[in-house]
Design a protein around this ligand. Sequence first.
Ligand code: FE2
Length: 277
Amino acid sequence: MEHIKFSLLQLSDTHLQAAGKRLRTGDSGADGLKKAIEKAYGIQEKFDAVVLTGDLVDRGSVDEYRELKAGLSLLPKDLPVFFCLGNHDARDAFAEVFGSLEASALADTSNTHYQYSAPLFTFKGQVMRLVVLDTLEPGKDQGRLCEQRLQWLRQTLSHYPNDRIVLVMHHLPFLTGSSLFDSMVVDERRQLDDLLADFKTVERIICGHFHRACVTQLAAIPVVVSPSTVHAYPLSYRGRQHEALVIDEPAGFTIHRFIDDSQRAYWVSHFVQQSPA
Ligand SMILES: [Fe+2]
């Protein structure tokens, strides 16, 4: 398809467990990841990059990150893979298996958070750039963007005034109306909204965390939330035990295609459902 200039495969909330273990829902993160990769490559034969939007593993252990690394070996060897951390992740264990950020173009200089930016491709002289935020606050399920992280974002966006930016974060910077997830969104939603309003370069925000697809906007920027590759949470717990992990919808993933239609060029995001777990 000649007008597809770039394909970004988003795999979210992979929740890998250590070998032989399963989630309390009975699902296997490794099985979900494998199904997602196979389904994605059944749809198109080539992707240009992959982004994993947090909750890479379930309990933040080194063993789980090793399983994730093994699961990702199904991808073509030369395919760039970008990681973002979520509330189930642990920075030290992740770094032990996947390395630290030293090599990145503009890593968070504080080295406290896993934030970085990386160019994806160049289109008509403009760089399309991923800017990845770290909303993880150890020991908490809520998302945080403390002053330090927001300052880094402002500095990074200011550093690339001519690029087109895709902002990546695990937690949602908005409420959805889901009683389970609305207690876990980014605390500093208003600050992020104010900050982004100062930049016209961010053209998409992509998130995970919610384990189901949804779309909204922040500072007039589309926010696209990907399903999880392991399982979907219900939108409503009506008539159910709130804690009950009822899984009655398929898992999935998202393909973001950058389309040049000869009149304009833009991202189109496709939500894909996997077969039920
Ligand atoms: Fe998750």
